[in-house]
Design a protein around this ligand. Structure first.
Ligand SMILES: C[S@@+](CC[C@H](N)C(=O)[O-])C[C@H]1O[C@@H](n2cnc3c(N)ncnc32)[C@H](O)[C@@H]1O
Length: 457
């Protein structure tokens, strides 16, 4: 950001091809778009589909094949595009469809850069200055027309509206505010939701108290530095709780991650070798596996898990774990592989579930939320926990309690453990009937789905 230094821009020309030009009448007259047209920053031309046909000739044809639906004739769209290009030169053609690319701020920013903004530049030239918006209705657009003409197909979301006019207006409202001069204070555009990893901070106005609700004291203090800090924190909180999906896919910087972490509760993982189902689905114990210890410790370190509990009530298994840890936490182990030391140091041996629960409660001063995992999470056994999926972070994070993920070995966690948990996470599945993952693979996948960052280009 911060790339709006100096700009030189030709007037942005927008052709709108539509069945209903009247829909745009007040839209183009009022508000900031009307002002921008008055100030000659943008110019808009409406082209009516029916003007491209002889009088009394329909603009549409029934869709080929069985089924209902009318489609605007290809030659009518062609004529409309040719008309607009004759008047204003070659245009960048945007079609609207629920099947198109999702209209999001990063895409708008890319478009703005394409047309009139150049990062870190002292001078910005407009490369293209004519955009053609093709707004279909009825059953949509003849596929051949889209294939032939569309430079970009935009969707305003995963729902179907009756025509392309509202999508075109949504596009114009979001895109034109990035045109320098359309919105008065440019900084406000740059700092808004979706321009970085955090949403905008919450805003308040006078009166100081309304319906018993007060404006936060700090905002009335006049201390700009403290207000800035407060707003940043509130923005981070709102984003983590409301749109964790946005935060994790917006390439946050180190300091932004640190800020977000203040609102993500501490997470713990326990691998159960005790209180698990073994032969004949009886509750029993399994052996500790060195590969699991290494790999789950490494996954835990990657995803910021506070501690990884290795749980066995068997003395010989505890001794195996003890000697493993003694080596990796010794000077020799640390020197041999420092990064492995970093991972192993978060392991805590425990006897059983209750031991893990109490250890976390003691550390945090509050009971953890228990999330169990299973390859076959179904509610047919009438188990108590509520089933959640990988987008339920808000429900969990807002409780402000530590979170414990329980993983089973053998044939899975015993029913007594499932009964004690608050939530059961949906199983990990691919597009096959097979989902017998090794527990260390399941841990890695689940932690990534729950806490991972999805960096984007
Ligand atoms: C009724 S819709 C056709 C929907 C199409 N049969 C489908 O299921 O994908 C008619 C027109 O409305 C516009 N439209 C509907 N929903 C849209 C959305 N979510 N985003 C962008 N345009 C949309 C498109 O121009 C579309 O061609």
């Amino acid at each position: 950001m911060g790339f709006f230094i100096k700009y030189e821009i030709k007037k942005m020309k927008i052709s709108i091809i539509t069945v209903f030009p009247d829909i745009y009448e007040s839209f183009l007259k009022l508000s900031l778009i009307g002002r921008a047209i008055e100030k000659k920053i943008i110019d808009v031309k409406l082209i009516r589909f029916s003007d491209m046909c002889e009088p009394k000739v329909r603009i549409d044809n029934p869709a080929c094949g069985p089924g209902a639906g009318m489609v605007i004739k290809p030659e009518v769209i062609q004529k409309a595009i040719q008309k607009s290009e004759r008047e204003w030169g070659k245009g960048f053609k945007i079609f609207f469809s629920p099947q198109g690319e999702r209209l999001e701020q990063p895409l708008l920013k890319k478009l703005a850069q394409k047309f009139f903004l150049k990062e870190s530049s002292q001078r910005v030239e407009t490369k293209e200055d004519h955009i053609i918006l093709v707004c279909a209705r009825y059953e949509g657009i003849d596929q051949r027309v889209e294939d032939f003409y569309a430079d970009l197909i935009l969707s305003i979301g995963d729902y179907v509206v009756m025509g392309g006019d509202l999508p075109a207006q949504v596009f114009l409202e979001s895109f034109l505010r990035l045109v320098p001069g359309v919105v008065g204070k440019f900084e406000s555009v740059e700092k808004e939701s979706f321009s970085g990893p955090f949403l905008d901070y919450p805003t308040y106005s006078l009166p100081k108290e309304w319906n018993g609700l007060k404006v936060p004291e700090i905002l009335l203090s006049g201390n700009h530095a403290e207000i800035e800090k407060f707003r940043k924190k509130q923005a981070a909180k709102k984003t983590v709780l409301n749109r964790f999906d946005w935060f994790r896919s917006s390439n946050p910087k180190k300091e932004e991650i640190e800020l977000a972490k203040e609102f993500i509760p501490n997470h713990y993982v326990a691998l159960m070798h005790t209180q698990v189902l073994v032969q004949d689905n009886k509750e029993g114990n399994t052996s500790i596996t060195s590969l699991d210890i290494h790999d789950i410790a490494r996954s835990s370190a990657t995803y910021g898990i506070k501690n990884y509990f290795v749980v066995s009530q068997l003395k010989d298994q505890q001794n195996i774990l003890k000697s493993f840890m003694e080596f990796w936490l010794s000077d020799e182990g640390k020197e041999y592989n420092l990064s492995r030391f970093e991972a192993v140091k978060r392991i805590i041996p425990a006897f059983n579930f209750e031991d893990v629960f109490n250890k976390i409660k003691e550390k945090e001063g509050v009971e953890p939320i228990i999330i169990t995992t299973s390859a076959k999470a179904d509610n047919s056994k009438n188990i108590r926990p509520k089933i959640i999926d990988y987008s339920c972070q808000k429900e969990i994070f807002k409780k402000k309690r530590p979170v414990l993920f329980l993983f089973g070995t053998g044939k899975g966690l015993s029913y007594s453990i499932l009964e004690k948990s608050d939530y059961l996470l949906l199983p990990v599945n691919g597009m096959t009937n097979y989902n017998h993952l090794s527990v260390r693979s399941a841990v890695a996948i689940i932690l990534d789905r729950w806490l991972g960052l999805f960096n984007k280009l």
